[in-house]
Each structure stands twice: as C-alpha cells, then as structure tokens.
Design a protein around this ligand. Structure first.
Ligand SMILES: [Zn+2]
Length: 507
C-alpha cells in the first residue's frame, strides 16, 4: 500500500468517508488532497455546494473546483471501484512524512515513553507522550526544545502516514477512514529497541482526530528477566517453578496498563527457554510482542465486541485441536473462552492467561461469575497460580530524599504500619529530579504484585464467597503476602514513594 494511493483517496467514493449518493456522484468528486471535480452544469447545485462545504468543515483543504463533463466523472468512479487510482496524482514526498513518524517514535523511545497521543482539533494539534504513567507535552526536536507545533493539516497527514505504515505491515484495513474508529500496528522500519507500535485512531468532535501510538519495546530494552520488571526474589523463584510445571492454569490479573502483557511475555520466554521441543500456541487480540518459539494466532481487526468474542473462542478451540503442549490465551473474557481454557488445563496442558479482577483473591469469584463450574475452580491442580500486579513509579536512587515516616504526610494507618515495619529507618520521597533519565525524582516504573499458589481449602472458601476467611487462610497458613505487604517491602528498600500507595490503590 503506497501512501500516494491513500492521499489520492476519493472521499466521495461509494462507502467513502464523505457519503455521496449515486446521483450526487454524477455531479461531484472530492479527493483527500482537496481536489474537487464538479460536472459542468452542476456548479450551483445545492447538494453539491453543501457536500463541498461539509468536506471543508471536516478539514479537507479544498482547492478551486475543476469543471469536468459527466463522462469523466463516471469513469473516475468506475476506475476507483476497479481498484485503480482514478484521481489525479499529487506529488508528495512519502518518505519525508514517514521520516517524521519515525522521528516522533524515536524521540518517544529515547524518553522511554509508553504511548504517544496526537490530537488534531479544528485549529491546533496537541502531541503528548506518556512517561511513567503521566502524559506530558512532546517538545519539538532541536536545541530550542519548545512545544511541538503543527498545523491541523500536518497532524492529519501524520495520522494518515502512520496508518499507511501499518497497512504496509499488513496489519490494518487497506483504506484509511479519517472519520472512523480504526486500529493497526506498525511492525517494520522502527527505531531500535521497539518491536512494534500499536495504533488506535478515534474520530473526535468537530471533525478532529485522535491517534494513540502504543510503543512496544523489545525485551532487551526493558530488561530480560522477571526480576527486572520489579518482582521480588521470592516471587521470581515461584514464577520460575511454575515455568517448570506441565499442567494447570496461571492467571495474571491487573487493571489496564498494569504491565500484564509484559509479564506474560517474560513468563512465556522463560517457559519456552526451559522446555525446548514443545508446541506452544498463543491466541492474542492481536499479538502484542513477538514471542520466539511460540506459534501466535492473531484475533484482530474485528469491529464489534461480539464478533471478537466469537472469533477469540474459535481461535482458542482451534489452538486446542492443534496438538499443543502449552497454550497462552491473551485474555479470558467470556464463558466460551473460559470453558476452553479449563478444558485445556483438564486435559493435561499448561495454560497461561489474563483476566480482569480487582485483586488476586477476586480471580476465582470472577471465573465463577463468567460461568466456570465450582468443581473446576476448587481444584488446585487446575488453578495453579494467580498473580495480580500494578505498576508504580520507581524512585530515582540518586536524588530521593530520606524522611521520617511520621513526617511524610501519609495517612495514619499507613504511617503506623510503616513505623512498625521500618523500626527507625526512613522512608524515601522523590527528589527534585537530577538528569535525563530522572523525571521529577522518578525513573521508570516497577511492578508491585501479589502471587497466590492456592490450596484446595483456599479455593473452596473463595468459591463459597467466604472472602475474609479465604484471606486469613492465605496469609496465615499459606504465608501469603498481599500487594500492600509487597509494596511495604519496596518502600523499605527505597524503591517506591509511600505517597503513591496512599493515593493510588491500597488503602
Ligand atoms: Zn534523580
């Protein structure tokens, strides 16, 4: 797919973004580059005038109309339908636009950003990137470093070019619709350290456009091991034991943006490395990371949730019929997928998956809500492990400040727990910031997690809704450490700021 084809796009084609009736298509043709062809007698036609006005309102930079005869208009549409570029070509330097997209990604990658947000509005463009979980303006390149300023038309072209790059990768529909919801992925020609870039395009009010680019880093960039992500030594040891198991389910949970897919990816790498000669299949919507040694079945570009759920369950069923040793299921959302996941576990496979739940103890009740039978949920050889995680900002070790826990401005509960735990040691708060990698006292993010390896009693209590008893059993009999316990260990080590705990999640 060449960008010129997209830019030449006939906006008024059948099914195009500017919906024109067949009668209207005998009168006018409008292209994304602003060219406007009108059949000679229809220059004053009210419908033509209002369609042209609509194109203008939607951000098309209209050029002076060219008057043509009816025959040329009809053959133009016919050529376009036949898949040829019917419109007059404009010369445009594709590579220079692609270079700009590359440059944008390069700078975001240098800053360690997770996402780029580009918002095109009627008279301005805002470009932001998310670093350590917070959005901040993206500055222009060069020494001036001022805020990036683009004209709306330029912003639209950046969106269109990014889309074309995804289409070239074969991961997007072939035609860009400036007014629709679309998605895609760029997988080739990226800055070093990036494995892929996931794109989401949203139409916004007043003919604006919102593009979100999710940067997916290679393992080498973030660090190869689970320990690098922030899991405690004890957790790494337990996860590593799980990698040696042949059967049972490992369920990872956490809100959106909690790093679940990165953990899943590291775990899969560990498993594949430890167990050569196995058939490992994954079903993902779509695959986030390339996993060497894993046959990745994509479920992608489906318009409705319903279609997606059906396709997803079908893909999992197909994976089960494909003589697998292990299966990774990107996410369990529906009864059908849960059914297949448990079936795989019950027939002697290891299954790794993610599920939305509020905490690790909430995973079993969530499965029950989806419709999994209790007798399956009570079996610890099926529900082997449940991991819940969040991402917290990591304190910069160079400029962090030591403070007495009672003077850190914490809630009374947390201050009391910390004072008891720290025994006179200080807590650390973010410093003022000290260099390129350090942003207002933080460098990157770290996982805080809780990991449950349940026994039958714990699962039974969870199945019957006795949550408090389950929690007590987990902590007292199974030595469970909650996310708060693990966060306190990290506060003690000076890795995280206790105020994040108070504000964010735990209390
Ligand atoms: Zn610092």
């Amino acid at each position: 797919m060449q960008i010129t084809n997209l830019i030449d796009q006939l906006l008024t084609r059948e099914g195009g973004p500017l919906r024109a009736s067949p009668i209207l298509r005998d009168k006018v043709a409008i292209f994304a580059d602003g060219r406007c062809l009108i059949s000679r007698p229809n220059g004053e036609d009210v419908d033509v005038i209002s369609l042209v006005a609509l194109a203008g309102r939607l951000g098309v930079q209209l050029k002076a109309p060219e008057y043509v005869d009816l025959g040329s208009l009809r053959s133009l549409y016919a050529d376009n339908d036949a898949g040829e570029s019917g419109g007059p070509r404009i010369s445009r330097d594709d590579t220079s636009m692609q270079r700009e997209v590359f440059d944008l990604l390069f700078r975001a990658r240098q800053e360690g950003a997770s996402d780029i947000h580009l918002l095109v509005e009627q008279d301005m463009v805002t470009v932001q990137m998310r670093i350590n979980g917070a959005l901040m303006p993206m500055s222009s390149c060069g020494a001036s470093g001022g805020e990036l300023k683009w004209r709306p038309e330029h912003g639209r072209q950046i969106c269109m070019t990014a889309y074309a790059m995804a289409a070239e990768s074969g991961t997007a529909d072939s035609s860009y619709d400036p007014f629709g919801f679309q998605a895609g992925r760029i997988v080739g020609g990226l800055p070093e350290g990036l494995q892929a870039v996931r794109l989401q395009f949203n139409p916004v009010g007043y003919s604006g456009r919102h593009m979100v680019m999710r940067l997916l880093y290679t393992a080498q960039t973030i660090g190869d091991s689970l320990g690098d992500l922030g899991f405690s030594e004890a957790q790494v040891a337990l996860l590593s034991e799980l990698a040696d198991q042949q059967t049972g389910m490992v369920v990872i949970s956490g809100p959106t943006g909690s790093g679940k897919s990165t953990t899943l990816e590291r775990l899969m790498r560990l498993i594949v490395g430890r167990n050569p000669g196995e058939c490992v299949l994954s079903v993902e919507d779509p695959p986030e990371y390339k996993l060497p040694g894993v046959i990745q079945l994509p479920v992608s570009n489906l318009r409705s949730d319903e279609d997606r759920d059906v396709a997803y369950a079908d893909a999992v069923a197909a994976a089960l019929r494909s003589d697998p040793d292990r299966i990774m299921i990107g996410e369990v959302r529906t009864r059908a997928t849960a059914h297949h996941a448990f079936k795989a576990a019950m027939t002697g496979h290891q299954v790794l998956t993610t599920l939305h739940a509020n905490d690790a103890l909430g995973v079993v009740p969530r499965f029950r809500d989806i419709g999994v039978d209790s007798y399956k949920l009570r079996d610890p050889s099926l529900v082997r492990a449940v991991l819940m995680q969040r991402l917290l900002k990591r304190l910069c070790p160079r400029c962090r400040r030591a403070v007495d826990p009672c003077r850190a401005g914490l809630s009374r509960d947390l201050a009391r727990r910390l004072t008891g735990f720290l025994q006179g040691r200080p807590v650390f708060l973010p410093g003022p910031g000290c260099g390129a990698a350090c942003r207002q006292g933080f460098v990157g993010r770290t996982v805080v997690a809780e990991l449950i390896l349940p026994d039958q009693k714990l699962l039974s209590l969870l199945c019957t809704g006795e949550r408090q008893a389950a929690e007590k059993h987990w902590k007292e009999r199974l030595g469970g450490l909650s996310m708060l316990d693990n966060a306190i260990l990290k506060i003690g080590d000076g890795h995280i700021d206790p105020l994040q705990i108070d504000n964010k999640i735990f209390i």
